[in-house]
Every structure is written in C-alpha cells, then in structure tokens.
Design a protein around this ligand. Structure first.
Ligand SMILES: NC(=O)C1=CN([C@@H]2O[C@H](COP(=O)(O)OP(=O)(O)OC[C@H]3O[C@@H](n4cnc5c(N)ncnc54)[C@H](O)[C@@H]3O)[C@@H](O)[C@H]2O)[C@@H](O)CC1
Ligand SMILES: [K+]
Length: 511
C-alpha cells in the first residue's frame, strides 16, 4: 500500500480534477460520506446521539460539512461548529447546503468554546485540519482541540487528526487524539509514523474515487507481505550449504559478547549456509547460548577488543566469505576502524554495517569515502542516534523527519539504509518502505544485533540489498509480534525473537 506526502496527495487531487475531470465537490462528497458510513457502522442507530462536527476553513472542513448532512438525516442533535465563513469554494457549496437545511451552525469564539464543556456529546467529528496544516496550532484552534481531547465523546478524525503533520507524524503544537481516523485513497505519512499513527486510533483507508493510476509514481509504501520477494526462500531439493552462502560475522568484545552471539545465532537461524564468527576467543568459545552450528574464528584481542593484526591473520578464511556482517558489540576502537578500512579496501562482497561499525564510520572521513566507493551491495542499519552521528545532526532532526534522514544516508553511501525505530524505514534512495509490524517488546539491547544477523543471512541466500532488508525487517518484527500473542512487552527477549523465527518464516512462506 502506498503512503503519500501532503504534496503528493495535493498533486493527485489536482490531477483528478484538472486532468481527469472529476469535480472536487464529488471527491468531497465521497469523502464526507465515507466518514458518515464509518460512524453509522460503529453506532448503528444514531437517533439518540448528540453529535458535534468541527469544521476548519479548508477542504477538510468541507468533508465535515458533507458528513454533517448525512448525520442530520439520522439524529436531531447534530451541531456544526465553524471557525469562519471564509471557506474554500468546494466547502462553501456544502456549507450553503447545511444552511439551506436549517442546520445548527455556530461560529466558534471563546464563549462558544466555554459552553462546549457543559455539553455532553456522544460523537465528535474532527474536520479542522487535514493535509493543509502548515504551521503550529494556536488560539481558538488550539482551544477547540484541547476541548475535543478533554471530552468523553468518541472522536472521528477526517483524513488525519487535526494538528498532526501529514508529512512527518509530528504534533504541530497540539493535536486531536482520535478513536478512529478515516483517510482517503492511501494513508498519509503522518497516519503511519509516530506519534501521528498513535493519535489516529484505528486507521481506516477509504477509496473516494480517485483513479489509482495517479499514484503510480509514488515511491513510498507500507511494508506489507505483498511487498516481499519470497522467491529465494524456496529451496530446490538438490542443493547444499554452498548454495546459501557463507557469512562472516565480525562482532563482539569483552564488553559485549552477547551482541556477537545474537547476531551469529540470528544468522544461522535465518538460512545462511555457513556462519563464521570472528570475535575475541575468550568471549565466545565457552558461551552457552551460542548455536553449535556457528564456526568460531577466534581473533587475537587486546584488552578484550579484537585487534587489526589478529584480524589480518584470518585473511585465508575471510577470502572465502560471501557476506560480512560488521559491527555488533565491537566497541568504537581504533582497531575497529582499521579493520573496517581493511575490509572496504580489500573485499568486494555484500556488507552489513551496524552498531560500532556505524560509530567508527561517523567519525572517519576515510571510511566515508571508502564506503561510498565500495561497489558491492551495502546495508547500513542505524538507529536514530547512530543516524544522527553519521549525518552530523541532532538526533531530534532525525526523529522529526526519519524518511529524509534515511534517504540522505542511502544517497550519501549509495547503500540501503534500514533506519530502525518503532516505524523502521527502509530505502535504497529510490523506494521507501515503512515497517508497521513490531511492538515495544523489541525496545531492548540485542534487537538490532538480531536484525543484522537476519539481514546478512538474506544477502547470503542471494537477495539484493533492498529485498534482503525488507524481508529481514519484516521477519524480525513479525517474530516479535507472534511472541506478543503469548508473552508481554516486558518479557519478550531478542534471543526469543531468534527462536521464534520458525513461526515467522512459516507465516511468511505459507500463509
Ligand atoms: N480534491 C481535494 O483537494 C480533496 C481534499 N479533501 C480534503 O481536504 C483536505 C485538504 O484540504 P485543504 O488543502 O483545503 O487543507 P485543510 O483543510 O487541511 O486546511 C487548510 C486551511 O487551514 C489553514 N491553516 C493551516 N494551518 C493552520 C494553522 N496552524 N492554524 C490556522 N489555520 C491553518 C490554511 O491556511 C487553510 O485555510 C484533505 O485533508 C481532505 O480532508 C477531500 O475533500 C477529498 C478531495
Ligand atoms: K482532521
């Protein structure tokens, strides 16, 4: 399913009217009716319901006028509140219709807003702002939104909760907390990213008759199962381990032995042919949780950190690898930087860079240019903090617009970027996918190491970087969601996400 920015939606709307010839009022009529239909479906009989509809001056308000007209047929207790008569031409049509019908229309001011607190509405419809919100919400608008949020009514937002930025999901000053949001054609970015997605309540996507062909060039999609390439997960019977690739996991230190174990365990559990773990010997040889399938490559270490000299002694084995997973738990040492420089200068195999690999990358100009020039496929898996270090910006800037941050990293290094958060963004700088699976049970140290292991295994099975990233992110969060069916967000562990991949793979392949 596509996800639209406000600009894209506006262009599509414009084309639908100007090029295709569907009058704007028809789309508005359809939009308003869809909202009514949803309310009717939820409540059945609306006869005794006290309903308030708040309409802004843009077309979002126009949708609200249409909804109001249908609601008037069902209840005698429908009240329309407007911010002014200066509304858009299409909205004006429907405002006039309401006037012709003798509807109760009140212009909002301080006094009216105060009186709202005495009225006990059962249903509130929020048609204040849609995709046309351009600045922070203040004054009467703010007061009305605060009233809506304080009321006990069931709240429907039209298109997007008013106050949520449709391009980022961020709150512009204050925003409506809806129970249900009815959006049109495709979700807007703000319907999908946090906190907007949370404020939407249940999100309903409705077709209002805009031809789908107009969205053909949109590059952003929700990561659904339909978007996954499952081709390489099917195995012909006459294959052997060599067909599924050799992954070298370069990870771990005295301080973080678990990171390397989680990464390598996830890798072998996700279908690679062979997994070699390059890590300080003392950390992993006796580690109880390590799958025995992992081939140990003990690397000489100093103070518990792998050394460059030690790493080079493994050259013979390194040359046999098909994929390198680099960074989990290595620490940000000079040795880590030297090893990554060595890899980027001397190898041309797919690489996944995570954690301390990203941290040393952020600090080194040499690594920046080496990575840019590295020709084999590369996947970077930063969380917001790591992304901010790479981009040299504040972490809030990444959080404000994660899609742009992911695109920037992807363009800068000509790589696939997996920007990890509650809504992980995957991009190859052309296409963008937003993952909507997963739960807060994944917000734990070790989750990222598991993802790195899975994505490396996908590369080793022959997937290109984008398909590998999509599958890995999906399986990783699906596995956590399946766990949540019988566990809680507190008790889900990254190691269990690995164990549970069995069921996640089955659901992806068989369902
Ligand atoms: N063809 C179309 O354009 C269609 C649009 N539709 C609806 O129209 C909406 C978009 O309509 P518009 O583009 O008119 O925009 P909106 O209705 O979202 O609101 C824009 C209006 O609010 C004002 N505004 C923006 N930020 C403000 C702030 N912080 N404080 C006070 N005023 C502020 C703007 O100056 C403008 O007057 C969609 O979200 C959707 O609900 C639907 O009717 C379907 C068809
Ligand atoms: K709205």
């Amino acid at each position: 399913m596509y996800v639209l920015t406000s600009q894209q939606m506006k262009e599509i709307d414009k084309k639908a009217t100007a090029e295709i010839g569907i009058p704007e009022v028809v789309l508005m009529e359809n939009a308003g009716f869809c909202v009514f239909e949803e309310i009717k479906k939820d409540f059945g009989c609306l006869k005794d319901k006290k309903i308030a509809i708040f309409c802004g001056k843009g077309n979002n308000g126009g949708d609200g006028f249409v909804t109001a007209r249908y609601l008037l047929e069902e209840s005698k207790d429908v009240h329309i509140f407007i911010f002014g008569e200066e509304v858009t031409p299409s909205s004006k049509v429907f405002l006039q219709v309401l006037k012709n019908l003798g509807a109760d229309i009140q212009k909002l001011n301080e006094e009216v807003i105060t009186s709202l607190y005495q009225k006990k509405f059962d249903i509130v419809v929020d048609g204040i702002f849609g995709i046309g919100l351009t600045r922070d919400v203040e004054g009467l608008y703010k007061q009305v939104i605060e009233y809506i949020n304080s009321s006990k009514a069931y709240v429907y937002s039209i298109d997007i909760p008013s106050g949520v930025c449709s391009d980022t999901g961020k709150i512009k000053g204050v925003a409506v907390k809806a129970n249900k949001t009815i959006t049109f054609m495709y979700p807007k970015v703000g319907n999908i990213l946090y906190p907007g997605t949370h404020l939407c309540g249940k999100l309903i996507v409705k077709d209002i008759g805009i031809p789908k062909v107009l969205a053909e060039n949109v590059n952003t999609k929700v990561l659904t199962k339909e978007e996954l390439n499952l081709e390489k997960l099917y195995r012909y019977p006459d294959t052997h381990k060599g067909d599924y690739g050799k992954v070298g996991v370069v990870a771990g230190s005295k301080f973080f032995p678990g990171a390397s174990i989680l990464c390598a365990n996830a890798c072998v559990k996700s279908g690679c042919g062979l997994c070699f773990l390059f890590s300080p010997a003392e950390n992993v040889v006796t580690h109880n949780f390590r799958y025995p399938e992992i081939i140990l490559m003990p690397v000489e270490s100093k103070d518990g950190i792998v050394t460059f000299e030690g790493f080079k002694k493994k050259e013979e084995f390194l040359q046999k690898l098909d994929v390198i997973a680099f960074g989990c738990g290595l620490t940000q040492s000079e040795e880590t930087e030297k090893i990554l420089i060595h890899i980027l200068k001397n190898f041309q195999i797919p690489i996944v860079i995570d954690a301390d690999g990203l941290n040393v990358l952020a600090k080194s100009e040499e690594l920046h240019s080496l990575l840019r020039e590295y020709e084999a496929c590369k996947i970077l898996t930063p969380h917001y903090k790591e992304a901010s270090r790479i981009l040299g910006c504040d972490v809030d800037d990444v959080a404000k617009n994660p899609i742009d941050a992911a695109l920037e990293i992807s363009k800068r290094f000509d790589c696939v970027c997996i920007l990890k958060s509650a809504r992980t963004i995957i991009t190859d700088s052309h296409k963008v996918f937003i993952n909507v699976l997963g739960n807060p049970g994944m917000a734990k140290g070790g989750s990222g190491d598991v993802l790195t292991g899975i994505v490396s295994a996908m590369l080793s099975q022959g997937y290109d970087a984008l398909d590998a990233a999509k599958l890995a992110v999906y399986l990783h969060s699906l596995s956590a969601d399946i766990l949540l069916e019988r566990k809680t967000v507190q008790t889900i562990l990254p190691s269990e996400i690995i164990e549970n991949l069995d069921i996640a793979f089955r659901r992806v392949i068989e369902d």
